[in-house]
Write a protein that binds this ligand. Structure first.
Ligand code: SAM
Length: 284
């Protein structure tokens, strides 16, 4: 519903073609909407923001995306254009609450279905490592619904860790999570060698470089969920096979693959697919 209203308001101000593109890049996180506005219409951004608030009273803040998602922390610069002067919100999905500053911490509502899919694969008693945890949506969802032994949740961004900690208490899962602020490889080397049954790697830009650490975290056998961005030519199905081969070629010596199942997460750009390869491995 939010999307069709944004499209109507954008069509009034910027024309149909621009409105269509703007809706594709729109993110609604809690009571905040994040919009991209073409440079030639920047003078109309405040009136656009005000009109969105009038038509969607459940939104309280409108932000404009100024830079792409970038850097190690995977964050973007945002300009406040209407509503309350804040960039934090509380987002609800699948019965959990995630508080997050949408400028200082990566968060994407587009991964909601994927997070639920991975949570449902987890079995009771598992020990899990989340190498790139952000404000904690995967960790909190798993801790909330599964009787896991422990989740080691790591992020290099101190602000992400701040919100992650708050989310642990907000969702009452403090008995199941240990938080680490630092580089995932370093934290595994120092504290988590051989302690896990399942490792999540939700950062496609560096997942392959860090795959060796995921193996080090595993005990004798377990699952690694490797997220990758894979380009394709004709159909997205090509990307699935490419992703699977990419992971198989990167398995370190001393490990065997029991199965490697590629799963389509979403299209991130034209002919670029985000894939999660669910990889079941054992030593030997
Ligand atoms: C794409 S975000 C995913 C966040 C979260 N899993 C989610 O779905 O919202 C990747 C996260 O990895 C963190 N990160 C980047 N490099 C890292 C590293 N070397 N070690 C640990 N965390 C890292 C970033 O700060 C960011 O929060």
């Amino acid at each position: 519903m939010g999307r069709s209203i944004v499209r109507e308001v954008a069509t009034e101000l910027f024309g149909e073609e621009n409105a269509r593109k703007m809706v594709r890049s729109l993110d609604i996180i809690g009571d905040i909407a994040i919009v991209k506005i073409p440079d030639e219409f920047l003078d109309k951004r405040f009136i656009f923001g005000e009109r969105l608030l009038e038509r969607m009273p459940y939104l309280k803040v409108i932000l404009r995306q100024v830079t792409p998602v970038e850097g190690a922390y995977r964050i973007r610069s945002l300009e406040h254009i209407a509503g309350e002067d804040r960039k934090w919100t509380v987002y609800r999905e699948h019965g959990i609450r995630i508080k997050v500053d949408v400028e200082k911490v990566y968060f994407s509502p587009r991964l909601s279905t994927e997070r639920k899919r991975v949570m449902e694969l987890v079995e009771d008693g598992e020990r899990i490592v989340n190498m790139f945890a952000g404000a904690g949506p995967y960790t909190i969802l798993i801790a909330k619904y599964k009787d896991v032994e422990i989740i080691h949740s790591i992020d290099i961004n101190p602000v992400a860790i701040h919100y992650h900690l708050e989310n642990i208490f907000l969702n009452k899962v403090s008995d199941k999570v240990i938080l680490y602020r630092g580089d995932a490889g370093e934290m595994i080397e120092r504290f988590i060698i051989g302690k896990a049954d399942r490792v999540l790697m939700p950062l496609p830009e560096i997942a392959l470089d860090y795959l060796g650490y995921a193996f080090k975290a595993l005990n004798k056998r377990g699952w690694i969920h490797v997220y990758l961005h894979i380009p394709y030519r004709e159909t997205w199905k090509e990307a699935l096979e490419k992703a699977r081969e990419t992971v198989l070629n990167a398995v370190p010596p001393g490990w065997s693959v029991i199965e490697a199942k590629p799963h389509k997460v979403r299209e991130v750009a034209t002919r670029l697919l985000q894939v999660c390869v669910d990889t079941h491995v054992c030593r030997g």
